[in-house]
Design a binder for this molecule. Structure first.
Ligand SMILES: Nc1ncnc2c1ncn2[C@@H]1O[C@H](COP(=O)(O)OP(=O)(O)OP(=O)(O)O)[C@@H](O)[C@H]1O
Length: 586
């Protein structure tokens, strides 16, 4: 089996596996589809028989013996049955499709969550979006339009061939069989590789376009200011050209297939005419032609759904890859509980991104109620240390909290006890309350309002008509950078973490607001919360019991800020002098 076929086979097995319990209704939908097609076939054959009667073509004694009453009655009953079955087929088929889609969406969300935050963020966000939305919708084709038509194509063509053989002999039956094989097997293979390649190009282009749109929407101001809009348009045009080329290629192959299909149908009818017509069996010709035309329609759909299937499988392959992606940061099999409070200890911490080692040999011991300030040049590795503390990235060495290695605790519990607030503040679509709680229960509105007031957002909240019910996340209520940062901090503080890591999380605040924030943090520190503070403003180190200067991924100096300042040659002193110079020299 070729690699591609193996891959497709695994993808199909995975799709079926994810929706195993839907297979029974899917089989039912196939039965309904078969019956509908068979009833169509019977109606056409009966109508053909009627025509034979009218024309007085007497060679079909068995069919001729059917009286007019029976003929019309049967057609009427079969017509009603066909309507009912078609309804059931559509109902069951679409129910299966939508249930399976809902399930896939949940599964994809869980897969993204497993990979979040860092691996997902580093992936192509647009293609993630495509996977989460259009790819899942495309897979509907697999469930709703694949199995039932495929099964009915086989059953209907087999029965039509068999019936023709029994009733009218071998030659017309072989003509039917030949036409079915050509249209159901040979035609779908025409240009299949090209179609597969086009489907995969289209899926990739869709991902790129989603990414471009997401970036453009998220950063529309930046794009405007830097005239980046034109560049985005150029990229969109380029991806459109690629998509158009793929669509054109698919269109050409589809046209060739449609032409060949028509030729096969008319060729089949001509062959029947030659075989039956020239032998004077005009009655047989009418009935077989009716049977052929209806059953041909059932088999012809194979070509159509194979086209959709290529697209659907290309999407399913991407979903499968996301679902089976093994995150490196996982929950331990038997999670150890973390204590309510304890010492945060880092030993010989090392962090690498691929081959680049960015942090080496960092040690730290932080008692409950202590604050450490991590300072250092941009790119020195501070945020990487912060990310390791919540296991957002892989690291070497040991990090423990209250003597429990954090890799032995559940990720959920770890991220409840040690909370990282970074510079980027996520605001989700929803109310202020939703944004603070993010699903957390057992926190009252009074507690939320009190934290917001502590952080200097009280006036802002009072100014909002709906208070905590004010909706955020769209353009209706735009928050300033500083307001967003304080909301993100409030989200952390209401959770009462044992360790709070602030990674430039007050960088957008003015001095007065930052002072309020630091006071709120200080109050909690005095109650036992440990704080890891990362800030470019050296003044924040004044509050810390320990200041660590990180230089090129290693701890270059550590001690109290005042001690480091007292040493003129210390890196900290030099950084402080630069900061003061900037103020004095402007
Ligand atoms: N996801 C990533 N993939 C690859 N390299 C990364 C990644 N994140 C950070 N780095 C690199 O690791 C190094 C340390 O980055 P880090 O963000 O930890 O520094 P920092 O001291 O926090 O910088 P800043 O003060 O500018 O926030 C940098 O060279 C950066 O380019």
């Amino acid at each position: 089996m070729s690699q591609h076929k193996k891959h497709t086979f695994t993808t199909v097995l995975w799709l079926i596996g994810t929706t195993k319990d839907l297979l029974a209704p899917l089989a039912l939908a196939s039965v309904f589809s078969c019956l509908t097609r068979l009833i169509s076939l019977s109606i056409y054959v009966l109508a053909g028989t009627g025509l034979v009667k009218v024309l007085g073509l007497h060679e079909l004694e068995r069919l001729q013996s059917l009286g007019w009453g029976w003929l019309v009655g049967l057609i009427f009953v079969l017509g009603l049955a066909k309507g009912a079955l078609r309804y059931l087929e559509q109902y069951v088929g679409h129910r299966v499709a939508f249930l399976s889609l809902a399930r896939l969406r949940r599964r994809m969300y869980a897969a993204f969550e497993r990979q979040a935050p860092f691996s997902a963020a580093s992936k192509n966000s647009g293609s993630l979006l495509a996977r989460a939305t259009s790819d899942i919708d495309k897979v509907e084709v697999f469930f709703a339009h694949t199995l039932p038509p495929a099964v009915s194509a086989v059953v209907v063509s087999a029965l039509a061939t068999w019936g023709t053989w029994i009733e009218f002999g071998e030659q017309p039956a072989l003509i039917l069989l030949g036409a079915y094989l050509l249209v159901g097997v040979v035609i779908p293979a025409v240009g299949v590789r090209r179609l597969r390649a086009n489907a995969s190009t289209t899926a990739t282009v869709r991902g790129t376009q989603n990414q471009l749109f997401t970036e453009a929407m998220a950063g529309v101001e930046v794009l405007h200011s830097f005239h980046g809009g034109n560049k985005t348009l150029q990229k969109l045009r380029a991806s459109n050209l690629e998509a158009n080329a793929a669509a054109l290629g698919t269109g050409k192959i589809t046209a060739v297939r449609a032409t060949l299909t028509q030729l096969i149908m008319w060729g089949g009818l001509l062959a029947l005419f030659i075989v039956l017509g020239t032998a004077g069996q005009l009655g047989a010709l009418v009935v077989v032609a009716c049977a052929f035309i209806t059953s041909f329609e059932a088999v012809r759909t194979v070509d159509g759904f194979i086209l959709g299937l290529q697209d659907s499988l290309a999407s399913a392959r991407r979903l499968h890859a996301t679902d089976t992606y093994k995150p490196t940061i996982t929950d331990p099999a038997n999670a150890v509980a973390l204590p309510e409070s304890g010492e945060l200890k880092i030993q010989d911490l090392g962090i690498s991104y691929g081959p680049n080692s960015v942090v080496q040999g960092v040690d730290l011991q932080l008692q409950p109620g202590e604050m450490v300030a991590l300072v250092g040049a941009s790119g020195s590795g501070k945020s990487s240390v912060a990310a390791a503390l919540v296991r957002a990235i892989d690291y070497t060495g040991t990090i423990s909290f209250g003597d429990v290695d954090i890799t032995t605790a559940s990720l959920d519990e770890l991220r409840q006890k040690i909370i990282l607030v970074s510079q980027e503040s996520l605001i989700v679509r929803g109310t202020v309350r939703d944004n603070l709680l993010l699903g957390r229960q057992g926190i009252t509105d009074e507690q939320l309002i009190s934290v917001l007031e502590e952080l200097g957002l009280g006036d802002w909240l009072t100014g909002q008509k709906s208070g905590l019910d004010t909706r955020l996340g769209d353009r209706a209520t735009r928050l300033s950078g500083g307001q967003r940062q304080r909301l993100a901090l409030a989200r952390a503080l209401i959770r009462k973490p044992a360790v709070l890591i602030m990674d430039e999380s007050s960088s957008a605040l003015d001095a007065a607001s930052e002072h309020l924030v630091l006071q709120a943090v200080e109050r909690r520190r005095l109650q036992g919360m440990s704080v890891v503070m990362i800030s470019h403003r050296l003044a924040t180190a004044g509050q810390a019991q320990l200041t660590m200067v990180i230089d090129n991924g290693v701890v270059a100096e550590s001690g109290r800020a005042a001690e480091l300042l007292a040493r003129e040659d210390s890196l900290f002193s030099q950084m402080a002098i630069r900061e003061v110079d900037q103020i004095l020299l402007g």
